[in-house]
Design a binder for this molecule. Structure first.
Ligand code: GLU
Length: 278
């Protein structure tokens, strides 16, 4: 059993589908408020918390009454711009209820590969933590082109984990962990609760089909994220975001999910990782 009480800094990643009602695509306020409460409570345990939240494009589309991702990049960028602003206003409202400050951090690939930008981002994160604030991170989808087409927030969350020296990454998604086969097709699929090392066999096992049309990440992107986070020296958990109270249950060691053991790799180089996969 892992003792999470000693963790100092954690990153929580939540996917688009976990923030909206599946039938309407509209914001699930109860869930977002619950998420803010859970995050505030983890902060009260004495940890620094960073939230990587998707949902900008999904929320933007919903506000504008658009049902699907557009083929036009500028339109998707416009959806992201409108949705990100709404998303932050909702986070701000709920974090304020729990007396927590939050700050928005929008990143692109260049933030990571340009030495000055990366250092500046690191300094900004440090100052946000010093101020007791929760950084709320997303891709800067409105001005980036690469990320909106190929990027995903699973990888972004692992990169942020390394950048800020977090010791735990929790990815909340629409399934309660990594299964031996796709449980949607195979009734014998079983949940893998513990992963020591991520080998090629495990990568093959991961289905690359996202569970919903809103997010971009399937299980494969989560395993790639796990490779990055564990090599950077952090443990990682994949768990279901259906009920975000799983967050405090993780700290009580009473959760269902897949745990990936950290294996710090001396040769880990964040810049080459960002160049290659993000
Ligand atoms: N950055 C995208 C958004 O906020 C989501 C990307 C992802 O889900 O991986 O809409």
């Amino acid at each position: 059993m892992k003792d999470f009480s000693q963790k100092k800094r954690i990153v929580i990643k939540i996917g688009s589908h976990s923030l909206v009602h599946p039938r309407t695509g509209r914001i699930d306020y109860i869930k977002m408020e619950r998420l803010a409460m859970e995050v505030a409570d983890i902060k009260n345990r004495g940890l620094d918390v960073c939230l990587v939240s998707s949902g900008a494009m999904a929320v933007g589309r919903q506000i504008l009454g658009v049902s699907q991702k557009s083929d036009s990049l500028p339109e998707n960028q416009m959806h992201a711009s409108i949705g990100q602003a709404r998303l932050m206003s909702v986070y701000q409202k709920f974090f304020t209820e729990y007396n927590i400050l939050c700050g928005q951090v929008l990143m692109t690939k260049n933030t990571m590969i340009d030495n000055l930008s990366r250092k500046n981002a690191q300094n900004a994160f440090d100052k946000l933590f010093e101020a007791g604030a929760i950084p709320v991170v997303n891709n800067n989808d409105t001005v980036s082109t690469y990320e909106i087409q190929f990027g995903d927030n699973d990888t972004l969350s692992a990169i942020v984990t390394s950048l800020i020296g977090a010791d735990l990454l929790i990815i909340l998604t629409d399934i309660d962990g990594l299964y031996s086969a796709d449980p949607r097709d195979d009734e014998n699929a079983r949940l893998i609760r513990y992963v020591d090392r991520i080998d090629d066999k495990l990568m093959k096992m991961a289905s690359d089909r996202p569970g919903s049309s809103d997010g971009t990440g399937g299980m494969l992107t989560k395993l790639r994220a796990a490779r990055i986070a564990t090599a950077a020296g952090a443990d990682m958990i994949i768990a279901s975001g259906a009920d975000v109270s799983i967050l405090h249950r993780i700290f009580e060691n009473n959760y269902t999910g897949t745990f990936f053991e950290s294996h710090y790799d001396e040769d880990f180089d964040l810049i080459s990782v960002a160049e290659e996969v993000y």
